[in-house]
Design a protein around this ligand. Structure first.
Ligand code: SI3
Length: 320
């Protein structure tokens, strides 16, 4: 059975795929991006080519090159690089899984195929098993994101006996708000050393209470430092501080969700906060509007999430 050098835990940034204004991948900023995550945000694990990384909007050859660049630039800087290799085509998924192993990634993750969908647990497991078998030495994570895939098979059900079918199974990336399902995944697998990675950043504290061992998300690209403070407070059983941190993060996410928040907006916010150009998203997604960017910037400043002094004084909303 594959075993990672150490269990994947703590924050995992769902990386953005930087693009040029012409929509080509901008590989040139990935080294700088790695340094930013490690040095400015304290985030040392990444999840590449997932939802935030527009993995399903890239060609297979682009996905391979993006994975290679992150692994290369992350060497001796990042703890773990997990590559999302899910695809509608089993063959493509297997090719990407094999490639991830060849380039020295630390793990692979797979979403449920979402066009011709698996209709029950066994059918889904069979698909995942075929992908995992293409990289028999790599830890395997199931990426549960039912709102986007439309595959509503409960994670709790899927995990039941999964290691018998997929010996490399190492954990779950749970991007859903059903804390009953998430809690039962943890409760029913306590004796196993699985990683339980929560994927709804605005509700992470609740998932920590349920036993999450880490988190994968888009906001850890630019709110990693703040979220790490929440993890530390939780670790030290300072629940009141942890709650304050979560509320502060929620104020921002709630604000942008109401404006309309997705991958395009994540790219714009990351550009603003890090200064690294993330570029536009791939069609059919559209660039975030000027209005969104201005509003998000004002909110980030008011919460002290941006390095700026001009709005700090007398700001009752500040979270610092
Ligand atoms: C639907 C979605 O994009 N969810 C994000 C969250 O990080 C999300 O952006 C955040 O919780 C704000 O709602 C992650 O779960 C996605 C993710 O990890 C990925 O990019 O693979």
């Amino acid at each position: 059975m594959a075993s990672p050098k150490k269990k994947l835990q703590g924050l995992v940034a769902a990386t953005i795929t930087p693009m040029t204004e012409h929509g080509e991948i901008n590989f040139s900023v990935i080294g700088q991006y790695v340094d930013y995550l490690v040095e400015e945000q304290g985030v040392k694990n990444i999840f590449v080519n997932g939802t935030t990384g527009e993995g399903l909007s890239l060609s297979v050859s682009e996905r391979r090159r993006v994975a290679e660049e992150w692994v290369t630039k992350g060497r001796n800087k990042l703890d773990q690089v997990v590559i999302h290799v899910g695809a509608l085509s089993l063959k493509e998924s297997q090719e990407l899984a094999q490639h991830a192993a060849e380039i020295g990634a630390d793990g692979i993750a797979v979403i449920a195929p979402f066009f011709l969908k698996p209709w029950n647990k066994d059918v889904l497991i069979n698909f995942l098993k075929e992908v995992a078998a293409a990289a028999p030495a790599l830890p395997f994570y199931y990426y549960h994101i039912p709102a986007l895939t439309g595959v509503k098979i409960r994670a709790e059900e899927l995990l039941d006996g999964i290691q018998d079918k997929i010996p490399t199974f190492q954990g779950l990336k749970f991007s859903d708000t059903d804390l009953l399902d998430f809690g039962q995944c943890v409760d029913q697998n306590r004796q196993r050393q699985f990683a339980f990675l929560f994927g709804v950043d605005e509700q992470l504290l609740s998932a920590l209470v349920m036993g999450a061992t880490g988190a994968v998300g888009s906001t850890y690209n630019y709110l990693g430092k703040k979220t790490n403070q929440m993890l530390e407070a939780f670790e030290q059983k300072d629940f009141s501080s942890a709650l304050n941190h979560q509320f502060c993060i929620q104020r921002f996410i709630n604000f942008v969700l109401k404006l309309g928040f997705g991958v395009s907006q994540t790219k714009a916010i990351m550009t603003l906060v890090s200064g690294i150009p993330m570029g536009p998203p791939r069609p059919p997604l559209q660039k975030a509007s000027r209005e969104f960017i201005d509003n998000a910037k004002a909110k980030l400043k008011s919460l002290d999430f941006l390095l700026s002094t001009d709005l700090k004084d007398g700001n009752f909303e500040s979270c610092s």
